[in-house]
Design a protein around this ligand. Structure first.
Ligand code: AAL
Length: 423
C-alpha cells in the first residue's frame, strides 16, 4: 500500500508543477490567436495574459487607459510664488447645471519649511504644503475653466478637530444631503509625522453653508495597528445600501514605509464606521481614488508600492486584483463619478477628473501644488482607441531630467577604474 501512495504523490507533484517544457507535446504557439490558443500549455506570462487580465490586448481592456492632461484655467496661484497651493481634489459632482470640486487650499505669507523642520512652524509659517490649510471649492461649466467660489470648511477654533489644518477632502451625497470628509490635523504635519484622524461637515446644498461635526468620524487605529497614526484621503462611495469609505494610511516606519488602503463601512454618513477586518485592502498607491465598475469597484493605484501605476478591481469591493498596468497615472485623482452614490450594480466607469502636481514650484523653489485635469477611457460607455494605445513617447529631456546623483556617478567611475586596473 505504501508504494501506491508514493506513486500517487509523485504523479500529483508532477501535475502541480508549472510546465517547464511542453515543446515535445504541442505545436508552436500560433501566429494568429484563436479561441483554442488559451487551451494550450502556456508560460506564466501568457497564462496571465489569457487568464488573469480581462482582455489579451490592452486595446480591449476596459480597465486599461492612457491619461491625457490639461492645464486648468481660472485659478490664481499668485505668480506661483508658493504662497497659494491647491491640491488633493475631491471627486467631482454635477449639480445645479455645473461641476463642483472641493480641495485643500493653503494661502500663507511664506512657503512651507518642510516636514523635517516642522518644529520651526508656527501660526503663520506652515510646516508642509497642506499645513494651515482650509477646504475650498470651485465650480465649472465645462471641466476645464474653474471659478473658485470660496471657503467651504475653514479651520475651526482650538481645541476642535482640525484646528491646525483641514485637508484632503471628499464628497458624499446621501439622501439629499451633502457630506465632506477630511483630515483634521491637531498639530503641524511633520512634528511627529503626518498624523491625523478624519472628521466631517454636512450641508443641505453643495454651496453650503457647511456645519462641522467637530468630532472624529474615522478614528485612528489602536496602538500597534497599521493605521494607528494616519487616517488619510477619506473617499466615500455608496454600495449595498451603505457608505463604503476607503482611506489610506502609511505604516512600518522606520522600516521601508508601506502605503495601504483601508475600508470602513457605515449605515449612516456620520457613523459609526466599522473598519473591515481584512484591512489594509490595498497594498500600493498613495492618494485614494475608486469608482464603481460593473458589479464591483475599480481603484486607480498611484505612485507607491509594488503595484503602483495599476488599475485594480474588486468584484466584492474588498479583494482587489490588478486589472491593468498603466503609465502617467494621475496623482491624487478626483474623478467625475456619475454613479458614485447611486448604489449601482453596473458601474459605468470614468472618463475624466482632476488631479494634482505637488512640484509646481520649479526645481523645488517656491514649493506648492496645482490642480490639473486628466482624461481617460476607464468607461463601459466610451470607446476611445486613442486612450487604449500603449507606449507614451516623452521628450528625451523628460528622461534626462531623471539624472544620476553624484554618488551614482562616483560609483560608476569606481567600477570603471576597477575594470581598468584588473586588465
Ligand atoms: C496627500 C494625501 C494626504 C497626506 C498629504 C495631504 O497626498 O495623501 O493629504 O496627508 O499628502
Amino acid at each position: 500500500m505504501h508504494r501506491i501512495y508514493l506513486l500517487l504523490l509523485a504523479c500529483l507533484a508532477t501535475a502541480c508543477q508549472a510546465p517547464t517544457d511542453a515543446s515535445e507535446t504541442q505545436s508552436p504557439f500560433p501566429y494568429t490567436i484563436t479561441e483554442n490558443t488559451p487551451k494550450r500549455t502556456l508560460s506564466a506570462a501568457m497564462e496571465r495574459s489569457f487568464h488573469h487580465y480581462s482582455a489579451i490586448h490592452p486595446r480591449d481592456n476596459e480597465l486599461y487607459s492612457q491619461f491625457k492632461y490639461t492645464e486648468l484655467k481660472g485659478l490664481d496661484y499668485h505668480g506661483h510664488d508658493g504662497t497659494i497651493s491647491r491640491r488633493d481634489p475631491s471627486k467631482i459632482i454635477f449639480e445645479n447645471g455645473r461641476y463642483y470640486v472641493w480641495y485643500t487650499r493653503r494661502k500663507t505669507p511664506v512657503i512651507p519649511v518642510g516636514a523635517k523642520r516642522a518644529h520651526e512652524s508656527n501660526d503663520t509659517i506652515p510646516s508642509t504644503d497642506w499645513d494651515l490649510a482650509e477646504i475650498w471649492y470651485a465650480t465649472s461649466e465645462d471641466g476645464f475653466t474653474w471659478e473658485e467660489q470660496g471657503v467651504a470648511v475653514p479651520r475651526p477654533p482650538k481645541p476642535h478637530v482640525g484646528w491646525r489644518s483641514v485637508t484632503t477632502t471628499d464628497i458624499l451625497k446621501w439622501q439629499g444631503k451633502y457630506y465632506l470628509y477630511y483630515q483634521g490635523f491637531m498639530e503641524a504635519s511633520g512634528k511627529r509625522g503626518d498624523y491625523c484622524p478624519v472628521t466631517a461637515s454636512f450641508a443641505d446644498s453643495p454651496d453650503g453653508p457647511w456645519t462641522p461635526t467637530n468630532r472624529i468620524i474615522i478614528e485612528n487605529g489602536p496602538e500597534g495597528a497599521w493605521d494607528q497614526y494616519a487616517i488619510h484621503d477619506p473617499y466615500p462611495l455608496v454600495h449595498d445600501g451603505k457608505i463604503y469609505l476607503y482611506y489610506k494610511s502609511a505604516f512600518n516606519r522606520p522600516n521601508p514605509v508601506w502605503v495601504g488602503g483601508g475600508l470602513a463601512i457605515a449605515d449612516d454618513p456620520l457613523g459609526p464606521f466599522v473598519k473591515h477586518p481584512l484591512n489594509p485592502v490595498t497594498s500600493s498607491g498613495h492618494e485614494v481614488s475608486l469608482f464603481p465598475f460593473k458589479e464591483g469597484v475599480a481603484s486607480i493605484t498611484v505612485k507607491d508600492g509594488t503595484e503602483h501605476f495599476t488599475i485594480q478591481y474588486a468584484e466584492d469591493w474588498v479583494n482587489f486584483e490588478v486589472a491593468s498596468i498603466c503609465e502617467l497615472v494621475p496623482i491624487a485623482p478626483g474623478p467625475y463619478v456619475p454613479d458614485a452614490f447611486t448604489d449601482t450594480r453596473d458601474g459605468q466607469g470614468i472618463t475624466w477628473g482632476l488631479s494634482h502636481f505637488t512640484n509646481a514650484g520649479k526645481n523645488g523653489v517656491n514649493p506648492h501644488s496645482i490642480l490639473a485635469r486628466f482624461d481617460c477611457d476607464l468607461s463601459q460607455t466610451l470607446d476611445d482607441p486613442r486612450m487604449k494605445q500603449t507606449g507614451t513617447y516623452h521628450d528625451p529631456q523628460v528622461y534626462f531630467r531623471q539624472g544620476l546623483s553624484k554618488q551614482q556617478r562616483d560609483r560608476i567611475a569606481q567600477e570603471t577604474t576597477q575594470l581598468q586596473q584588473a586588465e
